[in-house]
Design a protein around this ligand. Structure first.
Ligand code: API
Length: 282
């Protein structure tokens, strides 16, 4: 027996997802739906599937579940959290401009910048980065200076930062697709990351901004990654390449990241857009 499911397609600087209101539609197998619907030829086409729900605890307003294009469920999605803020406000599901979103990585607070009835951009309190020391600085050089993680025989150095979901940030001048397609899947599945990992390839630019491209766990190369942008900004600061605020420039656009010294929280600011709506039989 197929169901007719209403969906909304949105993107956060090119990182596109299918959004379904789970108070209206009960998708029995979201993993399977994410795989089928993410297919850019036989499905709707997206980087994954996001389910929006109503929170049943007083500490939160709404809930988010996010499934990658391979059907794997992730703890958190930065770009999707901004899209949810826009979705909820512009569809009249809330009048709040500060929304508490319950995710598998805890409650994230979305602060909407609104002009009239339109959400112009969203700042998300992404919480504290988790620096996993045994994977953070595996080596120190002769002077005891902390270096960054060396991935075994690949002789690749990077910085592990979790934003609720795992990220490995590599600073390199080589941001070519060939390299990312070569090293991305290898590193995603490296034994150093039992839960797999999102892999960021980043380069500090002359104006101090950071150019970053990403191989996402479960979705491959995407146009942008919100949690990845946060992890990249934290890694750049940790390795003394930048200060605590950074503009992260990705294929799909820019995000402003601030790793606040007072509360140790990372704040991400950027846009979100509707693309189209439709129904799919599943
Ligand atoms: N692929 C990620 C989930 C999506 C995160 C990304 N799209 C973002 O904007 O944060 C993971 O498996 O952890």
């Amino acid at each position: 027996m197929t169901q007719e499911i209403g969906f909304t397609k949105m993107h956060g600087i090119g990182n596109d997802y299918i959004y379904v209101d789970s108070t209206l539609y009960n998708i029995k197998n979201p993993e399977k739906a994410a795989i089928a619907w993410s297919d850019r030829h036989k499905g709707i086409g997206s980087d994954g599937l996001v389910l929006i729900g109503k929170a049943d605890i007083p500490e939160a307003d709404f809930t988010m579940r996010i499934f990658n294009a391979d059907g794997s469920e992730a703890m958190m999605c930065g770009n999707a959290s901004r899209c949810i803020g826009k979705y909820l406000f512009e569809k009249g599901l809330t009048k709040k401009t500060s929304i508490r979103l319950l995710t598998a990585a805890g409650i994230k607070v979305l602060n909407l910048t609104v002009e009239g009835k339109v959400v112009k951009n969203v700042t998300v309190d992404m919480g504290e980065p988790v620096l996993d020391n045994e994977r953070q600085f595996a080596n120190t050089d002769a002077n005891g200076k902390e270096t960054t993680l060396k991935i075994s025989e690949k002789n690749i150095f990077g910085t592990f930062v979790s934003m609720g979901n795992p990220h490995f940030v590599i600073f390199t001048d080589d941001l070519t697709t060939d390299s990312i397609e070569h090293y991305g899947p290898q590193l995603e599945h490296d034994s150093m990351f039992p839960e797999r990992a999102n892999i960021e390839f980043a380069k500090i630019q002359e104006d101090g901004s950071i150019r970053m491209r990403v191989w996402e766990r479960g979705s491959g190369i995407t146009m942008a990654c919100g949690t990845g942008a946060c992890a990249t900004a934290v890694a750049a600061c940790l390795t003394k390449r930048t200060g605590r605020t950074a503009t992260i420039s990705m294929d799909g656009g820019e995000l402003q990241i601030c790793w606040n010294k007072e509360d140790n929280h990372v704040y991400m600011t950027g846009g979100a857009e509707f693309v189209f709506e439709g129904y799919i039989h599943f």
